[in-house]
Design a protein around this ligand. Structure first.
Ligand SMILES: Cc1cc2nc3c(=O)[nH]c(=O)nc-3n(C[C@H](O)[C@H](O)[C@H](O)COP(=O)(O)O)c2cc1C
Length: 218
């Protein structure tokens, strides 16, 4: 596949076969990550390969997406949070570029992958993974063999609506208008994460996750 084809065909995959992923493929994917551009070439990213089912379950029990425990492997990407450029959060941007390289290389190698930010509060992740204070998690990448071929997920906006010349002249996106809803959503999210893990595990996680997986069919 040429690059544009990989870019077009990559989908976020959330349903996997139980087969494990060979270590050399995981390493190839991480190698692709480190060839991404990084602010000042600091390459301040680290990758934590997660293949221990107990750790995956702990992430889910602490409020992470239930799909995390169904993927044979996960890679938690963390970044150096000691940037001078707080305004543009350049090391977060570098880590995001690395993640995109991971997703594209996974697609190229015939693997399924998904970028996951539906994660427990950072403090909890720090504890689980013993992350030092100078690094912070950005996202978790699911990895495995696809259960089935994904369906295409339409892009929401035609190109003409996204492109501006010289000054911003697009319409504002709908979400920006609804600040009250966004505020309530943020409070609900805080409340959800403040609930005891046992309660979430028993009553809420499955419901929340089912809604999510249904929304994104792949
Ligand atoms: C920053 C970021 C966070 C995301 N977090 C999640 C997540 O927590 N759970 C999930 O199922 N998908 C997550 N996704 C994947 C998006 O849902 C997905 O990219 C989008 O629906 C478009 O589908 P596609 O990737 O198949 O084109 C995330 C993607 C990005 C870039």
């Amino acid at each position: 596949m040429d690059l544009m084809e990989v870019i077009r065909k990559r989908r976020s995959i959330r349903r996997f076969k139980p087969d494990s992923v060979p270590e050399d493929l995981i390493k190839k994917i991480i190698e692709a990550a480190v060839w991404a551009p990084s602010a000042c070439n600091i390459q301040g990213w680290r990758f934590i390969i997660v293949d221990d089912q107990k750790i995956k379950e702990k992430i889910v029990d602490d409020g992470g997406a239930v799909i995390i425990k169904n993927a044979p492997v996960g890679i938690l990407v963390i970044y150096d949070n000691q940037t001078k450029n707080i305004e543009y959060q350049d090391h977060i941007q570098s880590a995001a570029a690395a993640i995109q390289n991971m997703l594209l290389s996974a697609a190229c190698l015939g693997l399924g992958a998904s970028w996951i930010c539906d994660l427990p509060p950072m403090g909890k992740l720090r504890k689980i993974f013993k992350i030092p204070p100078t690094f912070s998690p950005i996202a978790y990448v699911l990895l495995g063999y696809k259960e089935r071929e994904p369906i295409e997920i339409a892009r929401l906006h035609p190109l003409e609506k996204l492109i501006n010349y010289n000054v911003f002249s697009s319409e504002f996106p709908q979400e920006n208008k609804n600040t009250a809803r966004l505020f309530l959503y943020r409070i609900a999210r805080k409340f959800y994460f403040s609930l005891p893990s046992k309660f979430k595990k028993r009553f809420l996680n499955k419901f929340v996750d089912k809604k999510f997986v249904k929304k994104f069919d792949n």
